[in-house]
Design a protein around this ligand. Structure first.
Ligand SMILES: O=C(O)C1=C[C@@H](OP(=O)(O)O)[C@@H](O)[C@H](O)C1
Ligand SMILES: C=C(OP(=O)(O)O)C(=O)O
Length: 426
């Protein structure tokens, strides 16, 4: 099994404090929306700064492939957005992915697409990929209710194809709405490309008029989810003079994960926006934090690990959707936090969790962190190396969203490949 050993920086001495300038990957979420909309214009847009993330590269490849089978690998947005796109454009495709992707639910989206006129059959288990798309004949229905509490990706997928429907679409979201900033990102990008979208967040109703997109140039922003690992690096830097510059981020972002700015203020990181991005410096940290991750589920792992190492008592709510992502992220965090002397416990049946530090400083060996085929497990634990050596298994998982992550990490810690971690001295 491959792994990387991450060794902390030498103790800071004058003029040798932690300084780094990080180019960051661009946002795969923005990229994948821009690519679907571009395809619906007949590929007339000039998309700049598209992500090099595997999820985006897979989207590009599949949009241009004439193959009957579309294998999205482990990319959730690629699966959900392409299913809607291939359906509305009447393409006959088999949609499949990794074994884990075939455990991630898609029934809510398939039901909605069928109601709108798509012919879709399940090839294995009802409600899950693989799927067979057999064409599209638009129905009379242009109003749908859809659950908002499982994955916002179903809603984004339907919204993006809605301008192509003969009567447009009115979606009413039922239940609690999770990952709402991602729906707002979808709407903002649709409007940028000329769509007519009215969202009423009092009634959770979104109406899209039948009106083709207008092809335009579009510049993708850097990835705030990827930026979160650098906030954690800054929070865990022992050196009070630490200064990290993250390039290509904007203060007014479409990405809800820019919430990391507010979260990490409590963890002792100050953000200053510049012409080129954001500069992170240190400030005093607080002793505890409660945060609702409903709007920003992809930040939960970063923040949980960082709190564990800093000894900050963290209360997390809104993390239910973590169980159906690349892995069951709650279970994965529970198992791996133990290895760094911390625990994630459910304190009430009401989905409220707490991170508590137990024996952090007394552990003699470098812990070996499993990554569960989940890029965010690898990247969330990497900043621990600002304080103690750790070994992260299967480091290649980061390619899903942030392929240059380990190169960038090498600016702040020593990164050494361990070809076979079973033989590693831990
Ligand atoms: O629409 C998007 O780009 C995403 C939405 C979120 O998923 P859910 O809506 O399933 O929470 C997020 O976790 C994922 O990484 C990207
Ligand atoms: C959940 C994620 O992605 P997706 O759902 O698109 O696979 C993620 O990137 O953390």
């Amino acid at each position: 099994m491959n792994a990387v050993r991450l060794t902390p920086p030498a103790s800071p001495v004058r003029d040798q404090s932690v300084r780094a300038s990080i180019p960051l990957a661009s946002s795969k979420s923005e990229s994948n929306r821009a690519l679907i909309i571009d395809a619906l214009t007949g590929f007339g847009c000039e998309l700049q700064n598209l992500s090099t993330a595997r999820d985006t590269q897979t989207m590009i490849r599949l949009l241009h492939s004439g193959d009957f089978t579309a294998d999205v690998l482990d990319a959730g947005t690629t699966m959900r957005f392409l299913t809607a796109y291939f359906a509305v454009t009447g393409q006959h495709k088999t949609m499949t992915g990794t074994p884990r992707m075939c455990e991630r639910p898609i029934g809510i989206l398939v039901d909605a697409l069928r109601t709108l006129g798509a012919d879709i059959t399940y090839l294995k288990n009802d409600g899950y990929p693989p799927l067979q798309l057999n064409g599209f004949r638009a129905s009379e229905i242009n109003q749908l209710s859809i659950r908002g509490d499982v994955s916002s990706q179903y809603i984004s997928a339907l919204l993006m194809i809605a301008p192509m429907l003969p009567q447009g679409l009115t979606l009413t979201l039922t239940g609690a709405v999770g990952s709402r900033p991602y729906i707002e990102m979808t709407i903002a990008q649709m409007v940028y490309f000329g769509a007519d979208v009215q969202a009423d967040w009092q009634t959770n109703t979104i109406t899209v008029a039948p009106k083709p997109y207008i092809a335009k140039p579009y510049q993708v922003e850097s990835d705030w989810s990827g930026a979160s690992y650098w906030y954690s690096v800054a929070a865990l830097a022992q050196d009070e003079q630490a200064e990290i510059e993250l390039l290509g981020l904007k203060e007014n972002s479409l990405q809800g994960d820019s919430a990391i700015v507010a979260i990490m203020r409590s963890f002792g990181v100050e953000s200053t926006f510049t012409d080129t991005g954001v500069r992170l410096t240190k400030r005093p940290a607080e002793a505890s934090l409660s945060w609702d991750f409903t709007d920003c589920p992809d930040l939960a792992q970063t923040v949980a690990v960082c709190a564990a190492v800093k000894g900050i008592t963290l209360t997390l709510t809104g993390i239910e959707s973590l169980k159906i992502k690349e892995t069951d992220r709650v279970a994965a965090l529970q198992a791996e936090l133990q290895k760094i002397g911390a625990e994630l416990v459910e304190v009430e049946t009401n989905h409220r969790y707490e991170v508590r530090t137990t024996t952090l400083s007394s552990q003699p060996h470098a812990p070996l962190i499993h990554t569960y085929d989940d890029h965010r497990m690898a990247m969330a634990f990497a900043p621990v190396a600002m304080q103690r050596e750790i070994i992260v298994e299967e480091p290649g998982v980061v390619a899903k969203s942030y392929p240059s992550f380990w190169n960038d990490m090498a600016q702040v810690v020593t990164v050494t490949e361990v070809p076979n971690s079973a033989n590693a001295t831990v």
